[in-house]
Write a protein that binds this ligand. Sequence first.
Ligand code: NAD
Length: 450
Amino acid sequence: MMSGSGGKIHAGRSRLRPFYLCTFQPTLCRGSCATGLYNAHYLARRFGGHLKVLLLENISGAAASQFEDAGFEVQSLKGALDERELIEKIPGTAILGVRSKTHITASVLDAAPGLVSVGAFCIGVDKIDRTACSERGIAVFNDPHSNSRSVAELAMGEIILLMRRTFEASTQLHAGVWNKSAAGSHEVRGLTLGIVGYGKIGSQVSDLAEALGMRVIFSDVSHVLARGNARPVSFRELLETADVITLHVDGKTQNQDLFGEEEFRAMKPGACLINLSRGFVVDHEALAGHLKSGRLAGAAVDVFPREPESGANFVSPLRGLANVILTPHIGGSTEEAQQNIGQFVSSRMIEYYKTGSSLLSVNLPQCHLEYEPGTHRLLHIHHNVPGILRAINDILADRGINIDRQVLDTRGPIGYAIYDINRDCDDELLAKLRSVPQTIRVRVPEQSRR
Ligand SMILES: NC(=O)c1ccc[n+]([C@@H]2O[C@H](COP(=O)([O-])OP(=O)(O)OC[C@H]3O[C@@H](n4cnc5c(N)ncnc54)[C@H](O)[C@@H]3O)[C@@H](O)[C@H]2O)c1
C-alpha cells in the first residue's frame, strides 16, 4: 500500500502482543506527556493497530523485511524529512530509522512519546540529538562496520588504477586525446604497499593486496596482529619505503594533518597516496603541491576536510590535477553495504525492543541479560544517582516479588537496569516503579510476554 507521501507501508506478519507498556517521568516529557504514563498498545491502537516503524532516506529493504518478520508495520519513505514534516509524521512510531540527512531534534522526539529507539542506518550519528534521546530513554543504534569490505575493495581498485595511470588516460580519451604509452605505468605485483591504520578496513586491504602479490607493511598506534606476510614497521620506515600508502586511521582529533609537508617530503619519490579514512587527516594544500611538483605520482581521495551537500559546488586544491582520483565519500557506499547495514541495525533495534539488550547502542549504557523463557522482564532507565536500585528493590520486595536476575550499567548521567522477576508486571507495579525519583523510563519488553 502506498502512503500519502510516496512511501510504502507494509503490515507486519504477526501482530505484536498487547501488553507493552512504557512509562516516562513527567518532568522529562515536555508538552505532550501530561500524565507521564504511555501505554504503547494504547498508542498503537490510536494510530492504527500495529506497532510502527518509520524508515526514511531509502533505507535498504532488508531492514523493512526484518521488521515485518518481527511483527511491525513498516512505512518506508525515499527521502529525508525536515523537522516540521517529521513532527507531523512521527506520532505513533515505536522505531525510527534514518540515514545521514535527517535531523532528529528534541522537538521531534517529543512528538513521539512511544518512540523506543532511533537507528542511524549509516556510521555517523551527528544529526541525532543523542543527549535528548538519552534524557527520554530512547536508544540510538548505528553500524560502524558493515561497509568495511566496500572501502577495502575501492582502495584496491584505486591502487591498480593509480599505478597504471588509468584514470588520467581515460580522462584524456574522453577529451578526444589518444595517448598510448607505457611510461609511468606499473604492475602492482612486487610493489610495497604501506597501510597506515591496520583496523577493520586496513587489515582487509592487507589480505587483498597480498593476494595480488604486493609486499605489505603497516603502521598502527595499537598492537595489532599482522595478517599473512604483512610486516609491522615504524611510521617513518613506512613513509620512506612504500610505493603506495593507503590511510585507514580512525577519526580521533590527534590524526588531524597526520599527513602534511613533512610526511610528503619523507615519502618515496614517485609514490602514490590514497585516503579513504577522514578528510582532516591530510593537508590537501600540501598534497596538491607535491602532486604538481611531480614528487608524488598520484593520489586517490574520497574524504575531504569540508564536504558539501549533495549537488553543491565542490572546492578543493586537488581538482583538475593529473592522475588524481576524486570521489565524493563513496568508499562505503555499495548496495551490499547498505543491505548489511540494514540487517545489522534493524536486528539490534528489534533485539532492544524485544529483550531490552542495549549492546552497541551509542548512547545508553551497555546492558544485556540472556533471556530465559518463563521469566518476566522489566527495564528501568534512570538518572545515574545513588539509591535508585535500592528503591526499585524495596518496591519489589514489599510485594513479595523475587528478583531472579538483574544487571545494571551506567554511562555518564544515565543508568540502565534489566530485571528478571518471578511474576508478571501489572499496572500497579509499573506505576510504583515510575514513581521512583529520577526514573526516565520503565518498559516491559515484548519478548517477556511470549
Ligand atoms: N570513505 C568511506 O566511505 C568510509 C567508510 C567507512 C569507514 N571510513 C573510515 O575509515 C577509517 C578506518 O575505519 P575502520 O573501520 O578500519 O576503523 P578501525 O577503528 O577498525 O581501525 C582504525 C585503526 O587505525 C589505528 N590508528 C589510529 N590512529 C593511527 C595513527 N595515527 N597511526 C597509525 N594507526 C592509527 C587504530 O589503532 C586502528 O587500529 C575510519 O576513519 C572510518 O571513519 C570511511
